[in-house]
Design a protein around this ligand. Structure first.
Ligand SMILES: Cc1cc2nc3c(=O)[nH]c(=O)nc-3n(C[C@H](O)[C@H](O)[C@H](O)COP(=O)(O)OP(=O)(O)OC[C@H]3O[C@@H](n4cnc5c(N)ncnc54)[C@H](O)[C@@H]3O)c2cc1C
Ligand SMILES: NC(=O)c1ccc[n+]([C@@H]2O[C@H](COP(=O)([O-])OP(=O)(O)OC[C@H]3O[C@@H](n4cnc5c(N)ncnc54)[C@H](O)[C@@H]3O)[C@@H](O)[C@H]2O)c1
Length: 473
């Protein structure tokens, strides 16, 4: 007689754990299966170690520039790469062991260690045992993509999965793939004194969609290490080194960081036993508002679905999958406004709708040049450009893209405005403290108000007809 449970969650990453938190509200008859290592991609090899590494590189870069500010007696710090990597691992271990503890506490003896395989929409095989269930959540995450042709050089190819385990780094590194990981790690390595060269197939870096923001990003980030974009990179071994060529650009390096995107861990999972068609990537059709695969009692959440491999989306999808796997009916959940932040310096961010999804005739594009932003000038980090996309008809802010200092905070503020369906004028009635980088956002909002003036004329300070008698000071 097979074991029978209500829900099986495959994958104890951020999406799987978010699902379990919802499932627990309804039933304790579930299983969480993970093949290990536990601790989540985010904490082990993703968001957290990468941000710790970036912070060290930013501090070192700052220390080498102290003399420009008149702090001449200070010797620039030396960069001890093995010690830096050890420091990052120490922080990483703290995050990862914290997540292992959270996982164990949450699932207790419902946690099974093993690689799961689907035998059907209600049957899972793990450690040679078949388990029957009412529903299944696939939250198996993703892994770095490595082209087949590169497998022969694997000892010289680093990915996010192996980078933080390195004890030391070679002098010359090529970063192939100039998306988010390529730019975040590439810039940090260049700042720590490694000779870095970047190669990207896509003329747009960091996933930027707006051509003018991309031009400024190439110019600004390209000052820190050479970026060669627009051609496929070819790699050939040259003794102990590797030669990378893209168009007319060729370099010899000691190692390559492959940052070519991620492949969902959906192969070898037995998807063929679900009886649904799979797309060209081998992925099943699923509904983004329900996470359901076709009309099966099977749900897919997080990087596994191949859609938006970022953490808060993985957690939201885990929530939705957990609710629908245990609910009495399948429900659609509203997805949040788009938000993406790249932790380069200056940071890149996209919020709301991207330019490629909007009709030119429906919007105005407002701008703020951050090379003239006063707080940024005072701190020696004045660079970049912000674009806001504003609906012509009602002055609502639809989206924005930027490469600016503190983009993480400005994008969060804009995400709130977009979520609340605020107009340019609603935002301009807020106070902006001086001198802050947020004043740069106000510059873009005022540009929008100027462009919209003939359609929507409103003052930033509104008349007060029945003001309460409050003393201002
Ligand atoms: C270097 C790097 C930096 C990043 N930085 C950021 C950032 O700053 N901000 C951000 O939002 N996102 C960031 N991300 C992305 C973010 O980390 C991921 O989107 C998120 O961790 C995905 O969570 P998940 O639950 O889908 O997958 P995971 O956390 O990978 O969980 C999947 C789990 O499934 C298990 N598993 C797989 N197959 C099986 C099987 N057959 N049987 C049993 N178990 C299985 C695995 O062992 C794993 O534990 C970064 C990613 C990387 C690589
Ligand atoms: N700050 C963050 O939120 C953050 C940080 C790191 C990673 N992540 C997540 O991790 C995922 C993986 O990151 P990533 O940077 O590997 O993926 P990515 O999708 O951001 O970028 C991959 C890049 O590689 C390029 N590419 C693909 N094949 C190529 C080839 N043969 N030659 C040259 N270029 C090639 C693509 O054009 C693309 O620009 C991302 O999708 C992202 O969501 C997020």
């Amino acid at each position: 007689m097979n074991k029978k449970v209500d829900v099986i969650v495959i994958g104890a990453g951020s999406a799987g754990l978010a699902a379990v938190r919802q499932i627990e509200k309804t039933t304790d008859n579930y299983l969480l299966i993970d093949q290990g290592p536990l601790g989540t991609t985010c904490a082990r090899v993703g968001c957290m170690p990468s941000k710790a590494f970036i912070k060290v590189a930013r501090d070192f870069h700052g220390a080498t520039r102290l003399a420009q500010a008149g702090l001449t007696g200070t010797a620039p710090a030396d960069c001890d790469i093995p010690a830096v990597l050890e420091h990052v691992r120490r922080l990483r271990n703290r995050f990862a062991s914290g997540m292992v503890e959270v996982t164990r506490k949450l699932a207790g003896d419902r946690l099974i260690k093993g690689a799961a395989r689907l035998l059907g929409p209600n049957r899972v095989l793990v450690n040679d045992e078949e388990i029957t269930c009412s529903s299944i959540i696939l939250a198996t995450g993703s892994r770095p993509t490595i082209p087949e042709a590169w497998r022969g050089f694997s000892d010289r190819i680093l990915t996010a999965d192996t980078f933080f385990e390195q004890q030391d780094l070679p002098r010359r590194i090529a970063v192939v793939g100039l998306g988010i990981i390529g730019l975040e790690l590439g810039q940090a390595l260049a700042r720590l004194g490694i000779e870095v060269t970047g190669f990207g197939r896509n003329p747009h870096i960091c996933g930027i969609r707006d051509p003018e923001i991309n031009r400024v990003a190439l110019e600004t980030l390209g000052r820190q290490f050479p970026l060669h974009v627009g051609d496929e990179a070819e790699m050939t071994p040259a003794g102990k080194t590797l030669r990378i060529r893209n168009g007319f650009h060729e370099v010899e390096v000691d190692a390559v960081i492959a940052a070519l995107g991620v492949t969902p861990n959906m192969d070898n999972l037995g998807l063929e036993n679900l009886g649904v068609p799979l797309d060209a990537r081998g992925l099943p059709p699923y509904h983004p508002y329900t996470t359901q695969i076709g009309d099966l009692p099977v749900y897919v959440a997080g990087d596994a679905n191949g859609c938006l491999p970022i953490l808060h989306e993985a957690q939201d999808e885990g929530f939705i999958a957990g609710r629908n796997a245990t609910g009495t009916q399948i429900q659609k959940y509203r997805r949040r406004a788009g938000l993406k932040i790249v932790f380069t310096d200056p940071q890149v961010a996209a919020v709301g709708q991207t330019l490629n999804k909007l009709e030119d005739a429906d919007i105005i594009v407002a701008r703020a040049d951050f090379s003239e932003q006063s707080r940024a000038i005072a701190e020696g980090r004045n660079a970049g450009l912000m674009h806001l996309y504003v609906n012509k008809a009602d002055a609502r802010i639809l989206g924005g893209e930027m490469i600016v200092p503190d983009a993480e905070h400005l994008a969060q503020l804009l995400a709130l405005a977009i979520h609340r369906e605020m107009t340019v004028h609603d935002m301009l009635t807020m106070p902006f403290y001086h001198p802050t980088v947020e004043e740069g956002l106000r510059t873009a909002l005022r540009d929008a108000a100027r462009q919209l003036h003939h359609m929507h004329s409103k003052e930033e300070l509104t008349l007060c007809e029945s003001c309460p008698e409050l003393p201002l000071c």
